[in-house]
Write a protein that binds this ligand. Sequence first.
Ligand SMILES: C[S@@+](CC[C@H](N)C(=O)[O-])C[C@H]1O[C@@H](n2cnc3c(N)ncnc32)[C@H](O)[C@@H]1O
Length: 548
Amino acid sequence: MDFDRINIGLEAISFFRKEQKTDFQKINQLLREQSGVINFFENENDYIQLKQAVEISSPVVCKSPIEYGDYQTNENLATAITKYLSAKQICPQVLIEPTCGKGSFIISAIKTFDSLQQIFGIEIQKKYLWQLKFELLDYFLKNPAANKPEIFLYHYNIFEFEFQNIKSRIDGRELLIIGNPPWVTNSTLSSLNSNNVPVKSNFKQAKGIDAMTGKGNFDIGEYISLKMLDLFSKENGNFAFLIKNSVIKNIVYEQKRNNYPISNIEKLTINAQKEFRAAVDASLFVCRFNTTPEFTAREFDFYSAKPKVTMGWINNKFASDTEKYKKYQRFDGICPFEWRQGIKHDCVKVMELERIDGGFRNALGEEFELEEDLVYGILKSSDLKGESIDTSRKYTIVTQKKIGQDTKLILETLPKTKAYLERHKDHFLQRKSSIYKGKPIFSIFGVGDYSFKPYKVAISGLYKQTRFTLVKPNGTVLLLDDTCYFIGFDTLEEAEKIQHELNKPEIQAFIESFMFTDAKRVITKDLLMRIDLGLFSQQRHRDISLFD
Ligand SMILES: C[S@@+](CC[C@H](N)C(=O)[O-])C[C@H]1O[C@@H](n2cnc3c(N)ncnc32)[C@H](O)[C@@H]1O
């Protein structure tokens, strides 16, 4: 172990400098008394190295890889969280921190809860466990009268850890599972070729196209949270995890199926930018174990305790704001139109074009000519801000009129387009998504008759805004990219009517009541398909012939 890279407190350094014992079993016994940590040194060699290191130590912590989703909780936040739990009369006797890192939660819990008898911490990065051990030693040397629980620290991969051993030791005592699991998704890990994933990595059991398009993508933090709930929610105790809002949403969503005996579910929003320098939305997720299952989470601001909304299941539907949802629930149903996602090509560098004098320029900066036949103006999410649009900044080549169509024939008659695409064949071949496997080389997705409807009512999937934009042709039809959703119409009149209906305040409020603004895709096809246009139009606007 490279002790030079561990933060060791001065008190602990001086303890080891003074300590003359050479037998590591004896020193372990002494350290158990001094720090509570069982088996402080796992072997003699570690102790010898430590003795050498403390003579010259000026420790620093080295950077951790992305694959560990490593965002250590700062001491202030960990303390504010343990104090929050203590104010709720939570008095744990047993504490589990499943990925404890350098142990901010363990240290804060020791300082906050006098009731603690045993602590279990698991962590994959050894340097953090060392840091924690020395901090514990330092703390108890400075505070000899403090309550000193037994502390079991395991240098282990949580995905291989046998939790049954801990479970069998709880024995009805009050448990607290606290922590901040890794902030990384399985797809990031797979792009890093990392094996820091659970064995059953498709635990969401996404199948076929869902697995390909990311519905099988999950956060490691979600996997660990569900694992903890699976294992421990029948114990007496509480759960307090710092996790991404998207993970909280999924846990509450899955609660309908999982039916964990959890209640008093809270989502306390934190400022992840300030606390972790991370551009994600995250919160403290708290719940009580071993109670009658609940299916909603009350949301508060962690710092001010100001209540926000309640999210979760209501009348068999899932809402981001249950109160608002109740008010506008009458619009929940099945949209009579099919919402479509725009064109997907995953080849921005060569397929996203600008028009220049006499030709086109791609994102590589190359200038060239193309026949006009397959060139269409294309709108991106950022173009859908106003009430209507009829011009595009970007253009693309529509190589197929429907999915799977052979591209050879169309290209035969278009030598410039063919030469351009052939020249950039590699870009197409390098597309990672498995949807392109076994398909014609220049394939695109999200294309069909509907793409070429002249009028469209469209919305971005990426932004928090819920207003719909009217897309009109200007000589040629405008298309949308795959960050957008739309319905296509043959006439302006039809499109305007639907846009008008969708932008009404009550529909906007209905959408807000069940959209999750912190999701990667705020607006999804599933969400749009729930807007029962037919229902509200027939009820309130019987004169709209469109729905008759
Ligand atoms: C977001 S950090 C939080 C650390 C600590 N819980 C805290 O609140 O400061 C996630 C921690 O999980 C650890 N970790 C990542 N993958 C792990 C695994 N497979 N087994 C155990 N720990 C892991 C990382 O090393 C890191 O310390």
